[in-house]
Every structure is written in C-alpha cells, then in structure tokens.
Design a protein around this ligand. Structure first.
Ligand code: FAD
Length: 372
C-alpha cells in the first residue's frame, strides 16, 4: 500500500515525491507513461555524446531564492545567461527588442531616450487592451509587430495575435538599452550535469518507487494507494467529460552537424520564414565542449502530445469547469502545467508543487491532532 500514487515524473510530480518521501516519510509510487523521468525537462546524451534536451530547450530562470535553494540541494549549477536572435529582413537581430534591434533594423543611431520617443511616435494606443495584438501594436507599433511578433505567434499558436489573450505577449518586454539577455531574473543557471541528473538525485530515496512506461489507466486498478497526485492533463483524467481542453503540440527535429558551431546564438527565431519557429544549439546552453554540435528545430502542430495550454478566455472557462469537478473529487490533487492548465515555467511549477506540499502537510498534521 502506497500513501501516494503520483502520475507524471516531471517537475510537479518529482518535487512532490521528494518532499512527501523525505519530509513526511510517505511511501510514494511515481509513474510516467514515458520511458524516462524529468517530464519535458528531460535531457540525455545523443548517439554522438552531445547533451540535448529532447523536448526543446529548457533554460532555468527564477526570481525566487526559495525555489533556487530548494533545487540546489540536488544539483550544482552552471551560470548561464540566455540570448536569442530573430531572423528579420535577412539579419539576425536581438530579441526582446532593444536599442540595437531598432537601430540595426532601421539604420538609426537612437539613444535610449531617442528610442522611447521613437516608439511612442509609432505605437498605436488602443483604449481597451484585450488581445496580444493590442499589447504589441500599443507598445512598438505595427511594423515591428508585423516583423517580429505576428508570424511567430501565428506559427506558435496557430492563431492570429488578435485572437489571443493579452497575457501571451505580455511575456516579451521591450528594452531601451543594449541588454540582450533573454531573461532578467536574479537566478539564471543550468544544472551542471543536466536536468535528468538533477531529477535522479531528487528521486533517490528509499520511499520512492518509480514505474516508467506506465499509463495511469493501466496502473490505477493494480496498485493500492491512499491519495492521488495527477500531473497529466486534467481533461484526460475526467475522460473529457466537458470536451477537450485545447493544447498546442510540437514536433522536434534534432540534427547533429559535423562542425563545432552551427549558428551565432543559442536560439535563432524565425518569425516569418519556414514552418519552424526556432532553432536551438544545445552546446551554448550546456557549455559542453565537443567537436560536433546538435540543434533542434521546433514545428508547432495542432495534433500530438500536449505541450502548451492555449491561453484564451473560452479555454480558461472550460478549465474552470474541470477545476470545479476536481474540487469535488476527494483524495485527488491536480498539479503542474497540464494538471492546472497553466502556461507555467519550470520554477513556477516547482513553486506550485512546494505550495501543494505545504497544504498536504498541514492536512496531515490536522488529522494527526484530531485523532490524538
Ligand atoms: C518546448 C518547451 C520549452 C520550454 N522551455 C522552458 C524554459 O526554457 N524554461 C522554463 O522554465 N520552462 C520551460 N518550459 C516549461 C516546462 O517544460 C514546464 O514548466 C515543466 O516541464 C512542467 O512540469 P510538469 O511536471 O508540470 O509537466 P511535464 O514536464 O509535462 O510532466 C508531466 C509528465 O506526466 C506524464 N503523464 C501525463 N499523463 C500521464 C498519464 N496518464 N499516465 C502516466 N504519465 C502521464 C507525462 O508523460 C509527463 O512526463 C518549456 C516547455 C516546452 C514545451
């Protein structure tokens, strides 16, 4: 008999398994239908010995000391500042848009104040900001919107920015200086020996049993457990009772090249050309020294494994119906990107899992007091 069955060995499931086992001495069975732990953050060495991220580039960044310190128990870090270039009009320009982006694109020599004035002059303010298009056109004007955002968003989400919630593009800031880092968080680092190694350390506990290649449906009647933590898609758990929650899917094309460097930046975005959105060269991320180099192309799709919850008001409303069902399902806890249908980064999922753990621990304490 297990105290907990945890479905999904990504960040959400692994953090909860680790906390429940090591702090509360609970017996945990952690399952995943994939052949490995780590969820989408899984990395591995390919046939040439190059460390790659199978499900696309994962860069760790957070402003939370608590989350960074928690993960630091399981890994050493390699300091890493991520940088992205976008291929626009035949040039590789910094993204997020900064002073260099605007000066190089338009052949200008603006100062930071000059850039503010310039953007203010081309921005098209709209009274009620509802969509991604409103956000971007309202801050950088229509030409930069068309060149950097519109095509990328259409590929990424299969929707025009005018059909997407404002929050989606609120993630891309504009800088009035030459800072070309993609993130500005306090902590930006990669696990020194990779994410999978970090997960292995996290799950190395006698109370945690791991079962891979195992779907929840195959296992649920075969094992006995007290509580269930489900980090897969919440609509799938409820047999799509209210219909399917839409997810954006991805296809990854990995390639190895017989030369040490493939492209001049860790990630190159292709907003306008090609069916793929971006190309990532892993050695920049991992710091690995190797005579060959590996890259991944990302092709957004509407069918396949669920990767991104699609942030639209009607989807949020549908999720709320599932959430209400979840609230009336005792003994089952939904966590993670798919379990709570939220566009969460890794650190946010860790934070969410730590919060769920505190709640579970409180309940256990309250029950112990009541029965004493
Ligand atoms: C292409 C891409 C790039 C990203 N880049 C970044 C980044 O740079 N930085 C960042 O912070 N975040 C990034 N993220 C987000 C990051 O991947 C997530 O925040 C994180 O992996 C979520 O962890 P999770 O445990 O919620 O879900 P997942 O990692 O998806 O884990 C869920 C696991 O549950 C398993 N599962 C689902 N259903 C079942 C079932 N019925 N039975 C058994 N197992 C099941 C799945 O196989 C999966 O392994 C990226 C995401 C993607 C898709």
């Amino acid at each position: 008999m297990f105290d907990y069955l945890i479905v999904g060995a990504g960040f959400a499931g692994s953090v909860l398994a680790e906390r429940l086992a090591s702090v509360q001495n609970k017996k945990v069975l952690l399952i995943d239908r994939r052949a490995h732990i780590g969820g989408n953050a899984y990395d591995c060495h390919n046939e040439h010995g190059i460390l790659i991220h199978r499900y696309g580039p994962h860069i760790f960044h957070t402003n939370s000391a608590e989350i960074f310190n928690y993960l630091s128990r399981f890994t050493e870090w390699r300091q890493y500042q991520h940088r992205v270039r976008a291929m626009v009009d035949g040039r590789l320009l910094p993204i997020p848009i900064n002073l260099d982006t605007v000066n190089e694109l338009y052949g200008l020599h603006l100062t930071p104040d000059g850039m503010k004035e310039y953007l203010a002059s081309i921005a098209e303010k709209c009274e009620h900001v509802r969509t991604s298009e409103d956000v971007v056109v309202g801050s950088v004007g229509r030409d930069l919107y068309e060149k950097f955002f519109r095509g990328y968003t259409r590929k990424q989400w299969g929707l025009d920015p005018s059909e997407l919630d404002a929050q989606v593009t609120a993630r891309v800031p504009v800088r009035f200086n030459r800072d070309d880092r993609y993130f500005t968080d306090t902590y930006q680092a990669m696990p020194a020996r990779g994410f999978t190694h970090m997960f292995e350390n996290m799950l190395d506990h006698p109370n945690i049993k791991i079962l891979l290649n195992a779907d929840y449906r195959e296992v649920r009647d075969e094992v006995s457990f007290d509580q269930l933590i489900f980090t897969g898609p919440i609509d799938e758990y409820f047999d799509y009772t209210f219909g399917r929650l839409p997810y954006r899917c991805l296809e990854f094309k990995h390639e190895t090249h017989h030369r040490p460097v493939f492209q001049p930046a860790p990630v190159v975005n292709y907003p306008n050309e090609y069916a793929y959105t971006r190309v990532t060269e892993f050695k920049y991320l991992t710091g690995q020294d190797h005579p060959l180099t590996s890259v991944v192309y990302e092709f957004p799709k509407s069918e396949g494994d669920p990767y991104y919850p699609i942030p639209r008001a009607d989807n949020a409303a549908l999720y709320k119906r599932y959430q209400a069902l979840a609230a009336n399902t005792p003994g089952v806890h939904f966590v993670g990107r798919l379990g709570t249908y939220r566009y969460y980064n890794m650190d946010q999922v860790v934070g969410q899992a730590l919060t769920v753990f505190s709640r579970l621990a409180q309940t256990t304490r309250a029950e112990a007091l009541a029965s004493a």
